[in-house]
Ligand binder design. Structure first.
Ligand code: SAM
Length: 212
């Protein structure tokens, strides 16, 4: 994601009703952040929020939290929410490394990772959102029968993830290196902004579903 420092982004995020300001205070009571209780699904690295907004619109009975590290990126989602408020969607501006400070054990029902940063240098492998270090964090917050869904067009990151996930003690339930030509796994697929961009360039999209 190309980053521009947008003046006022931090303040806009801090002032927004759609953004949770001190998310660690909600640990264990995320259901009260929404109009109605429901399963909690999170997208880590939501970017400008297209995927999670489409999901929230399609599934009003599920509560969604979009997590994004940069306020200048999250700002775009906040602007879209002003045009079309969705009751079952909130945002957090935070680094996913701090997830266990924000969610109680078993509080999250599903995790989406979409087009996560690849961190290609080996010495940065532990920063990848599909590294065993991140799966140890997901272990702490996901329900026992919860699952994680990961999409990317980056073949190297996908190969790394397929090997890393079993090392983290998780199972790969399904995987494909050509999502849009795999009718079974593509059923009900909601495209992300990056997915639209890269598939229009001819890049095949990889997807895996993992659980414990
Ligand atoms: N998910 C969107 C999509 O598919 O269109 C955006 C993909 S973009 C390549 C990756 C996003 O993840 C960026 O906005 C980046 O700031 C965010 N991100 C990367 N690492 C993160 C982390 N540790 N915590 C929170 N957000 C992160």
């Amino acid at each position: 994601m190309r980053l521009r420092n947008i003046p006022g982004a931090d303040a806009a995020v801090a002032d927004s009703d759609y953004c949770i300001r001190q998310p660690e205070l909600m640990k264990g009571s995320w259901n009260t952040a929404f109009c109605a209780p429901g399963p909690l699904h999170i997208e880590i690295g939501m970017g400008k929020g297209r995927f999670i907004m489409d999901m929230a619109r399609l599934h009003p009975d599920i509560n969604y939290l979009g997590i994004e590290r940069y306020s200048s990126v999250l700002l775009r989602a906040l602007q879209k929410m002003q045009e079309e408020p969705l009751q079952n969607l909130k945002f957090i501006c935070m680094d996913a490394a701090d997830l266990p400070d924000v969610f109680a054990p078993g509080e999250v029902d599903r995790i989406y990772l979409n087009f996560s940063d690849p961190w290609p240098k080996e010495r940065h492998a532990k920063r990848r959102l599909t590294s065993r270090q991140f799966f140890a964090r997901y272990d702490l917050i996901l329900t026992g029968d919860g699952r994680l869904e990961f999409k990317t067009d980056n073949q190297d990151l996908f190969t790394f993830s397929l090997a890393e996930i079993p090392e983290a003690g998780w199972h790969i339930d399904a995987s494909t290196r050509d999502l849009h030509r795999d009718a079974a796994i593509n059923e009900g697929n909601v495209m992300t902004e990056y997915e639209e961009k890269f598939s229009s360039l001819g890049n095949p999209i990889c997807k895996l579903i993992a659980s414990r």
